[in-house]
Design a protein around this ligand. Sequence first.
Ligand code: UDP
Ligand code: MG
Length: 308
Amino acid sequence: MLSVVIPAYNEEGTVAEAARRTASVLRLARIPYELIFVDDGSSDGTWDAVKAASRENPRVRGLSFSRNFGKEAAILAGLEAARGECCAVMDCDLQHPPEKLPEMFRLWQEGWELVNGVKTERGRESGFHRLAVRIFNRILGGATGTDMSRASDFKLMDRQVAQVLLSLPERRTFFRALAPWTGFRETELEYRVEERKTGKSHWSFFSLARYAAAGIVGSTAAPLQIVTVLGCGVLLLALVLGVVTLANEILGRPVPGERGIVLLLLALGGCLMLSMGLMGYYLGRVFAEVQRRPRYLVARSCGPEEEK
Ligand code: UDP
Ligand code: MG
């Protein structure tokens, strides 16, 4: 059986169509399936839509979080609830075409343990956004050793891979990078990102930046080396400046005035504070991890023979 996990946050307008379209594609392909909608603490009628879809089709199940825990948590909750030998993760807004699922499923049957959906092209984005995304993908790609530039959360995986992801002890996960990190036999399948059906993207520039920072901090400690490099640079600068000043003093030439020194001190203070901020960010992450709070809280569930 194929379990399709569909995180949904304020998606009242898309749940019904996502359920119908995915179900009809899988029914046509004769793939036994279940759809698991995870309502990520939506404030609109998403949960009612999920319940309605579940009444309409007994293969639709639903979980509802007590509040918004984020897409990563929703993915993990869905995988935890999944009963299939094969699990897929797909967006609710139909930007990940369900028509690709049968093809992904066939690849799994051929023995691939992880099928990564990759975007043939990126959506419309501004130049600055594109640059930020490129830097982010470069850092993350370096950390995970995989090409992240076309990576997405549209994936299909063997039970084994899902089990590994679920067994990871960390609270803050980054699914897109973690799935390839498991190292199981993986392949790619291209898809075209469709336009969002209704509603709007939940990402603002700042939330995207936060997400990117969390992804990087969760995958690599390399940015911490920036502090070391910065320290070496400043030390070298101080050394050169010291020698030059001493030489000028001896030769009786003018030495840098007070203003120059104040500016230098300010720059140094800035570097120090930035470095502390960077270290603090990692420390905050460690703090969140040692707190060991649950990743999510399921408040309600629906569907046939619901055991949980
Ligand atoms: N989503 C979620 N929790 C959140 C934000 C988003 O479960 O806190 C879901 C959302 O309902 C959708 C998917 O994650 O199914 C992708 O979200 P969105 O379409 O906003 O992202 P984009 O496609 O713009 O990257
Ligand atoms: Mg979307």
